[in-house]
Design a protein around this ligand. Structure first.
Ligand code: ADP
Ligand code: MG
Length: 340
């Protein structure tokens, strides 16, 4: 085998660079939903409405009542590495927003048709940016932003082939919104599909939101978690052992308001149940870890679903103790009140 003749090194065109980056950020419609809802929450929205057609493949529209984007910044919002959320390395080391990489809108607009409609409180009218033509024109809208994403992966047919049925993609989109809804009970959410309301959650307390999203048994068959150790606070609900399931689909972990999938947290929570759950039974929980942002690195993966803790032992212990204490509390009360 003779090696292929060497070709000169060239910088890739911007469009192709964005399409490569999009491969990391956008796996399916639900990834777009997650990014757009993150942006709405970062903008201070109190109501977020998600509208989908064909499981999100034909259309994803996310509408918020946040601060909006000034008309002269709509164009730059679509550029790569353009963000209003960090400006320096020290900002990066203590990120307080969901976004900070300035990649999502650029990535999405390289693999779909993206339109931005936005109005800030100071503007007399809204403006609409057509992502394909770059045309900017006045439009009608109250303060806030609507991002419209059409024909996902239209330019990357190889990618489009990996999509599942509309029903499956819709289910993933709903799951993405549920994760946000559990993080932000103070915000109202609505999801529409093909013109029909699929789910709607009004602003509520955390307990009420958990019941609204996951069912009343999520609260009735769980105990409150509230634990503080040094720089870490753990709150939420831990299901009683009888509420355990055969699947781990009712396990939600958050770090500083961000939904994460993290081995340290999962292991810590599971180990708190080690004496009371046997075999493959999976506990049910929603745990919210608040930690000094300087002690956790969220810049590990483009989707930010993974985090790295500076001291994972300290986090493991806190979560384990938080859940153990919560589970022990009602048993102690039971014992005290029991005639046995
Ligand atoms: P990031 O969220 O990492 O900053 P994005 O590509 O998701 O990057 O968004 C780029 C910028 O566009 C944001 O920093 C923000 O200033 C602006 N933006 C995006 N979506 C919204 C929104 N819904 N409301 C207000 N501003 C937004
Ligand atoms: Mg973002």
């Amino acid at each position: 085998l003779s090696p292929a003749p060497r070709r000169p090194i060239r910088e890739l065109p911007d469009e192709l660079v964005s399409q490569i980056a999009a491969g990391e950020v956008v796996e399916r419609p639900a990834s777009v939903v997650r990014e757009l809802v993150d942006n709405a929450l970062d903008a201070g929205a109190t109501q977020v409405t998600v509208r989908l057609l064909a499981g999100g493949v034909r259309l994803i529209s996310v509408e918020d009542d946040g601060v909006g984007i000034p008309h002269d910044e709509l164009g730059v919002a679509l550029k790569r590495h353009a963000t209003s959320k960090i400006a320096s390395l020290s900002d990066l080391e203590s990120v307080g927003t969901m976004g900070f990489r300035g990649e999502a809108l650029a990535a999405i607009s390289s693999i779909a048709e993206l339109n931005l409609l936005s109005r800030t409180a100071g503007q007399a009218s809204a403006f609409m940016l057509d992502g394909r033509t770059g045309e900017l024109r006045p439009a009608a809208r109250a303060t806030g932003t609507t991002v419209e994403v059409k024909e996902l992966f239209f330019a990357t047919p190889a990618r489009r082939k990996f999509l599942k049925t509309d029903a499956t993609e819709l289910a993933h989109c709903i799951e993405a919104v549920r994760r946000h809804a559990l993080a932000r009970p103070d915000v109202g959410f609505a999801i529409w599909h093909e013109g029909k309301l699929v789910d709607q959650w009004r602003a509520a307390t955390r307990e009420q939101r958990l019941a609204d999203v996951l069912g009343p048994e999520m609260v009735d068959e769980s105990v409150a978690v509230d634990y503080h150790a040094g720089p870490i606070r753990v709150t939420g609900r831990a299901g009683i052992p009888d509420a355990s399931r055969s699947r781990s689909d009712h396990q939600f972990s958050y770090v500083n308001g961000r939904y994460v999938r993290d081995k340290v947290l999962t292991h810590a929570a599971r180990s708190a149940y080690e004496d009371v759950l046997h075999g493959n039974r999976q506990p049910v929980y929603a745990l919210y870890v608040e930690i000094d942002p300087a002690r956790v690195d969220v810049n590990v993966h483009p989707t930010k679903i993974e985090v790295r803790f500076r001291d994972s032992r300290e986090v493991h212990q806190a979560v384990r103790h938080a859940v153990e204490n919560a589970l022990a509390a009602p048993r102690a009360q039971q014992a005290a009140g029991s005639p046995l």
